[in-house]
Design a protein. Structure first.
Length: 401
């Protein structure tokens, strides 16, 4: 029996849809080849599309308390952007003119059952992955500027035409313009451009730079947006969830404690005990756990912090203190610990981490006051300056005999 090898033809970025196949292919094929992987333009995804909401009704909704809306104007000549967040007032639309502005309303599916019905063809996705349908109305030239979204989005053209430009360059720069609150890209070089007609739909996975501009006349776009929690949100919420269910008595314990060899060191045994207390942290390496724990434990149950020094200590001033035999006092509200790292050592003080040497870190944890007489390396000098500046160390002139 002959087995034909799978075709190696490159996947098209543009296909034609139909009432039966809004994605121009089976949903299984779309999920396999495009979902979260590459953009897809579907011409005629929704044949004879009629927008389920009129521009006036969208503007009305933008004025409702609780509706999430934004009115964005672009001054083309000076490349200035102006953003007004809702609830908007009728007066806001009086001065918009007939070009270079757009109105965006999020969660329109929650307010309007006809708009919500647009979600039906997306039922092949888990419903909890769907965020909302955002509807935009724009006059020619209107848009939100080039940007990147963190979520998958299906951009369905509802009314008029929109020019879409996207970049599939994996190395495209993703830095933001600092002068605009819209998180617009500072640089954008399109690799593909299209003019979308009503019923056409552009699918974009997360992270694809794109820019959509209303073309020729009034334009409405329906964005079916997905949601995907960040790992930071997941871990934060899981930690809260677990914490709420743990009894007060379940604590860091050390019944096997041996006399401390080095004052203040978070040593290997402490790290092992920490791993026992945190079974869900197994994925994190020793360096990450130590860095977190050092910061945590030195601010844990600490009622106050030392006040920072009035003036920063210069290297010359430090030399003077050292040469003059000054005594360094550790501030009573300074709580310190330290840990060895691959590169050397980190000193933790009241939730902050400072590069250190093991010798100086240990001295700082062991002594409330000390005099330094030996030579110091660059790390130790920087550490002393930082601790003096942050108020953890207070210099005192040596007592005269
Ligand atoms: C729009 O409808 O103006 C575009 C939304 C987007 O690019 O995410
Ligand atoms: Co976008």
């Amino acid at each position: 029996m002959a087995i034909s090898s799978p075709s190696r033809k490159p996947l098209p970025i543009e296909v034609r849809g139909s009432a039966r196949q809004p994605l121009g292919m089976s949903t299984a094929q779309f999920l396999r080849d495009y979902w979260q992987k590459r953009p897809l333009l579907v011409r005629n995804a929704f044949p004879d599309f009629v927008p389920p909401i009129a521009p006036e009704d969208l503007a009305g909704l933008a004025c409702e308390d609780g509706a999430l809306s934004r009115l964005i104007r672009h001054d083309e000549k000076r490349d200035r952007w102006q953003v007004k967040t809702g609830p908007l007032a009728e007066a806001d639309f009086a001065t918009t003119g007939d070009a270079n502005w757009t109105l965006l309303v999020q969660d329109v599916d929650k307010w309007d059952a006809d708009v919500a019905a647009l979600l039906e063809p997306f039922a092949f996705l888990p419903s909890w992955r769907v965020d909302d349908i955002m509807v935009s109305y724009a006059e020619p030239g209107g848009g939100v500027g080039a940007h990147v979204d963190q979520y998958d989005v299906f951009l369905l053209q509802g009314l008029g035409q929109r020019h879409w430009a996207i970049s599939t360059d994996p190395d495209a720069p993703k830095d933001f313009r600092l002068d605009v609150e819209l998180k617009q890209l500072a640089h954008f070089e399109p690799t593909h451009e299209w003019l979308l007609e009503p019923g056409d739909m552009l699918y974009l996975p997360p992270g694809v730079p794109h820019d959509g501009v209303a073309f020729g006349g009034a334009c409405m776009t329906f964005s079916v947006g997905m949601r995907a929690p960040s790992q930071a949100e997941l871990i934060g919420d899981l930690a809260d969830y677990l914490a709420e269910r743990l009894p007060e008595e379940a604590r860091y314990t050390d019944p096997d404690l041996a006399p401390a060899r080095n004052a203040g060191e978070i040593d290997r045994s402490a790290l092992e005990r920490l791993r026992t207390a945190l079974p869900f942290a197994t994925a994190y390496n020793d360096a990450t756990l130590l860095d977190w724990f050092g910061q945590f434990i030195t601010r844990y149950r600490l009622a106050q912090n030392p006040a920072p020094a009035d003036r920063p200590t210069t290297p010359v001033a430090l030399d003077k203190l050292l040469a003059g035999g000054s005594v360094f006092l550790r501030h009573p509200w300074s709580r310190m610990a330290w840990a060895r790292t691959r590169a050397g050592c980190t000193l933790f003080a009241n939730g902050h981490a400072y590069p250190a040497s093991a010798g100086l870190a240990q001295l700082l944890c062991a002594e409330h006051e000390f005099v330094l007489d030996g030579p110091l390396d660059a790390t130790e000098r920087s550490l002393l300056i930082a601790l003096l500046d942050d108020g953890h160390l207070v210099p005192r002139k040596p007592r005269r005999r």
